[in-house]
Design a protein around this ligand. Structure first.
Ligand code: BG6
Length: 303
């Protein structure tokens, strides 16, 4: 059931000429932002950012041309929020991969036109019976999004219970690139990674990452900046983060993309996921009354 009333949302949180709530693709309610620095669109389901383009720049976030938009389904592209676990659930094979946060309704609780010209939105996950069954812990999760020349995302988990909780998480961002065969990722040199395409083997990264086939890796013990180098678009995307100790790099390549059915015929060429994460052994333990921030900033630099 759709818990949103657009009139009420626009009255309480709309910002004249900058931020409006409306019906977006597939009938999903979205927040649309257009300020002097950038434009963005965020679906309220999943707090799923679908688009961000600094003014005068090609879109930075990739959304599949064949993305399916439906209640309770994750959208292929944008910035899916993976929480409170990453990948398959460790014990319950029936629980959804990457957690439930990306498929349930979130509520907006604040918006702000900032003095520097950027726009902020705060969203909170709405818990329901199914989420409580899958995650029987007293905790809140919020996503703060700041739309400007840079895009900032802050995923905040609060433990309101009396025992520690452990979470896995990621902002599973799909970046738009000109051609995966010419793109590379810098900043992960000399790190160990889990190669999910090679049975979970642990390997060491030597040099930059270039792409010649399916790539699905969890880089371990990584907290520094990462750069997506894209000569075709004459730019590089800088990913700066805090509260994340692993980075996932994913491109499904041709065969897997065909099986997925929502990536488009040559979609894999134009997308690359570089995910700020706490994944695999890197889980975050939050003490009672404590909170954890998974924070990142994306910015674009000309080559
Ligand atoms: C990546 C995983 O983060 O997400 C991949 O490392 C997975 O193994 C991919 O295939 C897409 O997941 P989903 O659930 O959105 O299809």
């Amino acid at each position: 059931m759709n818990p949103y009333n657009l009139d009420t949302l626009n009255k309480r949180f709309g910002l004249a000429g900058i931020l409006v709530f409306k019906i977006g693709p597939g009938g999903l309610p979205v927040v649309e932002v257009l300020n002097e620095q950038a434009s963005a669109m965020i679906a309220l389901q999943g707090a799923h950012l679908l688009q961000w383009s600094p003014i005068g720049e090609d879109p930075v976030i990739w959304l599949s041309p064949e993305a399916k938009f439906a209640e309770g389904k994750s959208v292929r592209g944008g910035v899916p929020v993976c929480w409170p676990w990453f990948g398959p659930h460790e014990q319950e094979s029936g629980f959804p991969a990457h957690g439930f946060a990306r498929t349930v309704p979130w509520e907006v609780f604040e918006t702000n036109a900032n003095q520097d010209g950027s726009t902020s939105i705060g969203l909170r996950l709405l818990q329901n019976e199914a989420t409580r069954t899958q995650w029987p812990h007293a905790s809140d999760v919020e996503l703060y999004i700041r739309v400007g020349t840079a895009l900032e995302l802050d995923l905040v988990t609060r433990n309101n219970g009396s025992t520690p909780v452990s979470i896995g998480e990621a902002l599973h961002t799909y970046f738009q690139i000109s051609d995966i065969r010419q793109a590379s990722v810098l900043g992960l040199n000399d790190l160990d990674y889990i190669d999910k395409v090679d049975g979970g083997e642990r390997k060491r990264q030597e040099g930059v990452i270039a792409f010649t086939g399916e790539t699905d890796r969890i880089y371990l013990d990584h907290g520094a900046d990462c750069l997506i180098h894209d000569p075709g678009l004459g730019r590089r995307i800088r990913i700066h983060k805090r509260g994340s100790h692993s980075t996932v790099v994913w491109n499904p390549w041709i065969e897997k993309a065909e099986k997925m059915g929502d990536l488009g015929p040559d979609g894999y060429l134009h997308m690359l996921c570089v995910e700020c994460a706490n994944a695999a052994d890197d889980v975050v333990k939050i003490t009672p009354g404590g909170e954890h921030h998974l924070w990142m900033r994306y910015s674009v630099e000309a080559l």
